[in-house]
Design a protein around this ligand. Structure first.
Ligand SMILES: CCCCCC/C=C/CC(=O)SCCNC(=O)CCNC(=O)[C@H](O)C(C)(C)COP(=O)(O)OP(=O)(O)OC[C@H]1O[C@@H](n2cnc3c(N)ncnc32)[C@H](O)[C@@H]1OP(=O)(O)O
Length: 302
């Protein structure tokens, strides 16, 4: 099994970095995220980046319609955008949000985990690990402006940020709901949740696959602030000011001190974790459970 699939190699083969942005943003100058003028948006087909270098941050908008499911290509594009911002000294922070109305992310793309071969599962899981590691340990301040429902892998992405603002809409529930699909959140999903909400809340939430509506998400500490829907981005921007006022090296080292032990657990067992995933997801019973779940999603429309 090819476990050595490098995300960087994958990246190179999938995309030329900084392809022109398709759709509404293509080729025109938009107001930057922080209100500055004349700063060109960049990105890739599924990730739109609105930079405000003068203010030191960029808004990263996920746009993989209909539900921002984290396909291999989308994961790769998110990683490229993160890498680009991290390597540019003008940027100290990112606001991560969604460009898909009502949806932050439906989590991992079930089509990547259904009916594929072990090599694909391994490649996909390695990319999922990479996304978590890179967001969790990023030296940038990362704030998520959660403007829609946010399940499982999407929730993990938000939990990897430094601060979470959630739009106050009862439909915008978030959580690690893996058990509802008959699958299990891996230990590093679990650790990330425990680090955010504490052991007891995480234990109950994970076993029951709970998706918390905004008031409850705030109450258990899954998010830091709930604001009216039209204020999610502005609230994230206001919060950013406090984070950016802290000397960067002190904040970064403190972040690393807090998070490295959790990340190191995965780094030490990365290949074993991939093999475990491949074994688990390849089981007939798991494949059947995923197919049934996907079918239910489709049937709810009819
Ligand atoms: C050791 C082993 C460890 C294994 C660990 C594996 C970890 C997995 C973590 C995960 O992230 S699993 C994914 C969990 N996600 C969910 O349960 C969310 C499922 N989606 C929904 O509940 C709904 O789609 C929504 C997000 C609430 C949005 O609802 P809405 O009514 O707006 O849209 P739909 O009509 O339901 O969906 C539109 C379209 O998208 C397809 N789809 C939805 N979610 C996914 C997904 N996660 N992956 C792939 N495709 C998805 C859905 O089937 C529809 O497709 P269609 O063809 O248009 O019918």
């Amino acid at each position: 099994m090819a476990l050595a699939v490098g995300i960087r190699g994958l990246t190179r083969s999938l995309l030329r970095p900084w392809v022109r942005v398709p759709g509404p943003a293509r080729g025109r100058t938009e107001p930057a995220a922080g209100g500055g003028d004349g700063v060109r948006c960049f990105g890739s087909p599924r990730v739109l980046v609105e930079p405000d270098p003068a203010a030191g941050f960029a808004v990263m908008k996920m746009r993989n319609p209909p539900v921002n499911s984290l396909s291999l290509e989308f994961l790769t594009e998110l990683l490229i955008s993160l890498e680009k911002l991290e390597s540019d000294k003008a940027f100290h922070a990112i606001i991560l949000t969604s460009d898909c109305p009502g949806i932050f992310s439906a989590g991992l793309d079930l089509m990547e985990m259904c009916g594929r071969d072990p090599t694909h599962y391994a490649e996909y899981w390695k990319a999922v690990q990479e996304l978590w590691l890179r967001f969790y340990l990023s030296h940038l301040v990362v704030i998520s402006a959660i403007n829609g429902v946010n399940a499982a892998g999407g929730c993990l992405l938000a939990l990897s940020c430094d601060y979470r603002v959630l739009a106050d809409n009862p439909k915008y529930a978030m959580g690690l709901n893996e058990t509802l699909l008959g699958i299990i959140a891996p230990f590093w999903f679990k650790d990330t949740l425990v680090n955010t909400v504490g052991h007891r809340t995480a234990e109950r939430a994970l076993q029951l696959g709970l998706l918390f509506p905004p008031a409850e998400a705030l109450q258990v500490g899954m998010v830091d602030k709930v604001v009216p829907e039209d204020q999610v981005l502005s609230a994230a921007r206001s919060e950013l000011a406090q984070w950016l006022a802290i000397p960067g090296h002190a904040r970064q080292l403190t972040k690393s001190l807090m998070r490295k032990p959790t990340a190191d657990r995965l780094l030490k067992e990365r290949d074993a974790d991939i093999q475990n995933f491949v074994r688990f997801i390849s089981r007939d019973a798991i494949q059947k459970a995923l197919r049934v779940y996907l079918e239910k999603l489709k049937q709810k429309k009819t």
